[in-house]
Design a binder for this molecule. Structure first.
Ligand code: HEM
Length: 463
């Protein structure tokens, strides 16, 4: 597959007309309205269809904006790595800016670079490895409330646990102090932000609609939680090397510390980015293990053999020691990448494939689409962790797999996330099984992250 254009919803060739994939697209033209309707109803399926029929580079117009859906690893590498200087992240919806402020996710240029340099050391692999005891203790504390035979929404569990782990390890905060409704309200706020971003008619944010009210409540509770977290760091206490310490010690070229607003924005961003993605991954992991008993059995066997009942450490969860555990996690992130879509806007003309596109062009890249491409992953829809143990797999193009993005804006929390996911999985799988409480598929809800729409209902059993 090489490329196609959808102009005003009609697909036409961008590259050699001999492309067999292209010819099938030109027979199924979508009107612009149809395309919008499809994107609104089922963005994952629509992007996947566009890529399947249109190829590695599909062009369409959203009003005056030229949009390229890139599904070929080399195009994605061009945008995220090789030509990254020609692109910026498009400004997100205003509601996201209200929640995240000017944190790492939402800034560009010198401000972003300064913040990234400041925060990066707190996420160094060795610093993260030192958090292993606290992560394991938090997981053990959380599952004290689990009883064999009971039914639970394990997505709620993973959300609460990931939030507690992020708050404690990144900010040294005691989460018992955080408002108990905060997580529910944040989930509602994200749904609201997503609906608003897609809506054709938007009510002003200050109108007291039920949606706006619950959004503002979530923002107020998040602000209160962040204020609490910062206030809990007593001056003169034992020195810490976490993210909050780095932020509080930071000074600019003139010796000024971060303003309270900057501190708030970084804390809110890292707290949100740091728990939601990890929680989503762990939720899908329990769903996939529950529906694939043969995978679960092999994982349990590896954990029993290597750990022999001991608490896992950061050294244990190294892929050389627990290869199957790491393969399971890689496969979960392939099938359910929490950040299912990324976007960039060109700020200068860019050459992609056979064409040059003007400044202002948007590119969209979806790990969901690329990770399920049969050309890259045979039996792409199947949950087969074994594929990551097969060495020939390493011959794939690098950007065939990018759950954490790539290039300078790659996820800063990747080592923390992978360590946390591995430790939490090991601790729980040593003790419990999560069997699906109801048969049938679990609906995927592509909001800002890829959430299970109605949670993951499981029945707990002891091993
Ligand atoms: C499984 C878990 C995670 C996944 C799949 C994930 C995925 C991603 C992806 C794809 C990006 C790049 C977005 C883009 O290029 O547009 C990103 C950026 C980011 N992530 Fe993560 N993330 C995860 C966990 C975390 C954690 C635990 C933290 C913090 C504690 C975090 C903080 C961030 C931040 C601050 C950025 C922006 C980085 C920058 O622009 O410099 N993430 N993440």
């Amino acid at each position: 597959m090489s490329g196609a254009h959808v102009s005003m919803g009609v697909l036409r060739p961008a590259a050699p007309a001999s492309s067999p994939a292209f010819s099938s697209v030109s027979r199924t033209p979508w009107s612009l309205l149809d395309l919008y309707r499809r994107l609104d109803r089922d963005p994952l399926g629509t992007f996947a269809d566009l890529a399947r029929h249109g190829g590695d580079l599909v062009e369409f117009h959203a009003g005056p904006v030229r949009v390229l859906l890139l599904s070929g690893p080399s195009h994605i590498a061009d945008v995220l790595v090789a030509q990254q200087r020609q692109f910026v992240k498009p400004r997100g919806p205003l509601v996201a800016a209200r929640v995240l402020g000017a944190g790492l996710l939402t800034t560009e240029g010198a401000i972003w670079r300064r913040s990234r340099r400041l925060i990066q050391p707190a996420f160094h692999r060795q610093v993260v490895a030192g958090m292993d005891g606290a992560i394991v203790a938090a997981a053990l504390h959380h599952i004290r409330a689990w009883h064999p035979g009971e039914m639970r929404d394990v997505a709620d569990d993973m959300s609460a646990l990931s939030f507690a782990i992020a708050a404690e390890n990144l900010f040294g905060a005691d989460v018992e102090a955080v408002h108990p409704d905060l997580l529910k309200n944040l989930a509602r706020a994200m749904r609201h932000a997503h609906r608003r971003a897609k809506a054709i008619v938007r009510w002003p944010g200050w109108l007291p609609t039920p949606d706006n009210r619950s959004f503002m409540l979530a923002v107020r509770q998040l602000d209160a939680a962040v204020t609490d977290i910062i206030a809990q760091r007593a001056p003169g206490g034992a020195p810490r090397h976490d993210v909050l310490a780095a932020l509080m010690a930071a000074v600019d070229a003139d010796g000024w510390p971060l303003t309270p607003q900057e501190l708030r924005d970084h804390t809110a961003t890292l707290l949100l980015a740091g728990h939601e993605t990890t929680a989503t991954t762990l939720s899908w992991l329990w769903h996939l293990l529950g529906t694939h008993p043969e995978v679960r059995a092999r994982l349990e066997q590896e954990l029993d053999q290597v750990l022999d009942g001991a608490r896992p450490t950061a050294a244990d969860v190294d892929p050389r020691r627990l290869p199957y555990l790491n393969a399971v996690i890689a496969e979960v992130l392939r099938l359910y990448p929490p950040v299912w879509v990324m976007a960039r806007r060109a700020i200068a003309p860019v050459a992609l494939g056979a064409h040059t596109y003007p400044a202002g062009t948007w590119t969209i890249m979806s790990p969901w689409v690329v990770h399920r491409d049969e050309r890259l992953y045979p039996e792409a829809g199947a949950f087969r962790p074994e594929r990551w143990l097969d060495l020939s797999h390493g011959r794939q193009p690098p950007l065939a797999y990018f759950p954490f993005g790539a290039g300078p804006r790659m996820c800063i929390g990747k080592p923390f996330a992978l360590t946390e996911i591995a430790l939490v999985t090991a601790v729980i799988a040593q003790r419990f099984r999560c069997e699906p409480a109801a048969p049938g598929p679990v609906a995927v809800e592509p909001l800002i992250t890829l959430r299970p729409q109605h949670g993951i209902r499981v029945t707990i059993s002891a091993r």
